[in-house]
Design a protein around this ligand. Sequence first.
Ligand code: PLP
Length: 380
Amino acid sequence: MRVYLDNAATTPLDPAVIEVMTDIMQNHYGNPSAIHGQGREVRTIIEEARKTVARLVNVTPSEIFFTSGGTEADNMAIRCSVADLDVKRIISSPIEHHAVLYTAQELANAGKVKLEMVKLGLDGHVDLEDLEKLLSNSKDKTLVTLMHANNEIGNLLDLDLVGAMCEKYGALFHSDTVQTMAHYRFDLQKTHVDFLAASAHKFNGPKGVGFIYISNRNKLKPMFTGGSQERNMRSGTENVYGIAGLAKAFQISHDQMDEKTALISGLKNYMRERLTTEIPGVRFNGDINGNNLYTVLSVSFPPSKVSDMMLFKMDIEGISASGGSACSSGTDIGSHVMSALKSDTTRANVRFSFGKFNTKEEIDFAIEILKEMHSETVAQ
Ligand code: PLP
């Protein structure tokens, strides 16, 4: 048996998405920029996909641009707002994804912006009072870039609140919504945000495709030059099957939102309960009882002889999950999130993340393995 509990890293494709993509691969190969019928047919596929995405987040299609994924969308939002919107200061947090963190750091190292990090609370949430203090203490044009949900510990940011705060102080707001887009409903007429980044492979769509939402308030210049695709914002022949697959996966996620949320949160809670009662000393990272992503359970296992090898051992036993340990060995650079949260380096942190194809039986299987590993440890 093989149990996949790493859905925050990527998700398996929905069969209906494969069907749509396969049909395009087999039957619709025209270049969407070509003026002939076969090109126009493919152009329509892309524009229909854009309309689907726009409708589901309640924006106009002209505010959606397809990219190669979340990393490119994050880079575009940050780099282009510094280049084109006179941004002189970036406010971010130490637990952002590297697509955001390294980009902001590079711009700061190049002297293009001042980078300020907002404080985090003990539970890993952004300290909103500190954010307001930072926003109020400078007149420099500011970009706030804070993720909607942290991919390691699952903490959720209140986008409405931060959006309103940014609006009040005239700051631009970018949020990495890679872990939340298609897992929650968005209404961007109600949430004040300038840029959002999303990635299809996190919601049962294909890898290598995503989108950026750019509010019509902001006019950016393209990051790439070339054939002027995506209304000149993203040159390069479009990933047509990827884009169609993204839109299909997005639509399915919305259609299944309520059942999917109930199923996945049920699995997460079940695993949490069993771990708590059956493995002594287990703790959970992040704001587990509060505003937390329903797909992620970040577990801190008590110190043991297998601590350093837990992921490896789990893999051998048939469980796929991810690490998230603070750096403790020279070969493993560890997790910057766990380090920022000053996680106890003697404990092993494992991120289990759930998807709509997981079952209770799979969780039972994983628990038995984890219990066995733990009892071995105690006996040693
Ligand atoms: N941002 C977050 C929060 C992520 O979890 C990921 C994926 O791991 C990314 C950005 C990068 O997305 P992509 O793999 O589509 O480039």
